[in-house]
Design a protein around this ligand. Structure first.
Ligand SMILES: [Zn+2]
Length: 207
């Protein structure tokens, strides 16, 4: 029904509000503004090398696009954002699989989909590798944005488990839509380390 209504109504760009016309997902000027970059995010790696690919800060059109994806969830938007992100993944990372950060099942039921899984599918297809949802949450965690730095570490520590059976050997790209402090990504990385994945890189639409 939602897809049917969407086809009938004039659509506006979730990034800037301009009429979308025949463009899907985002208007052409918002697409041009989506420039992936690789950043060094030191808490995420002991090695002094860039290892986070992102479309930038969580503000402006990037923030509006992410919110539109989370709460309105169009596949076209996931495709535009995921494709832009994928172009920024350095080939030297030799990524062999993309792993989405999981939502807790109860939250996924509420929302109907996991936006990180949707994006992971797009990024994986662009990179020509599988998207493998090998992580699961072992307990309900509170929303990181509402917690202090100390509470955030405790909130997600040990909250994830990885099932390595479906993972190809080699580097993994861990993907989430937004990174706030990085604690969730770190907890997921630790879960992957525990099952023997040694190289984990990170991708987020915005941070
Ligand atoms: Zn726009």
């Amino acid at each position: 029904m939602r897809a049917f209504l969407r086809a009938l109504l004039p659509r506006s760009c979730p990034g800037c509000g301009a009429q979308l016309g025949r463009a899907a997902g985002l208007c052409s000027s918002c697409r041009v503004a989506l420039r992936p970059r690789v950043e060094l995010y030191s808490p995420l790696s002991p090695r002094p090398e860039p290892h986070l690919v992102t479309l930038g800060r969580y503000r402006g059109r990037t923030r509006r696009a992410v919110r539109a994806l989370k709460f309105g969830g169009t596949r076209e938007l996931a495709e535009v954002l995921g494709a832009a992100l994928a172009t920024g993944v350095p080939t030297r990372w030799a990524v062999q699989a993309v792993v989405p950060v999981p939502l807790h099942p109860s939250r996924e039921r509420e929302r109907g989909f996991n936006q990180a899984a949707l994006l992971a599918g797009v990024v994986a297809a662009e990179l020509g590798v599988p998207s493998v949802p090998v992580l699961r949450r072992t307990r309900v965690t509170r929303q990181q944005a509402r917690l202090s730095a100390h509470e955030r570490t405790a909130n997600v520590a040990g909250a994830f488990q990885a099932d390595p059976r479906r993972l190809p050997p080699g580097a993994v790209l861990l993907l989430d839509d937004v990174m706030t402090t990085g604690h969730t990504l770190l907890a997921c990385r630790d879960a992957l380390h525990r099952v023997g994945v040694t190289r984990v890189y990170f991708a987020v639409i915005a941070h």
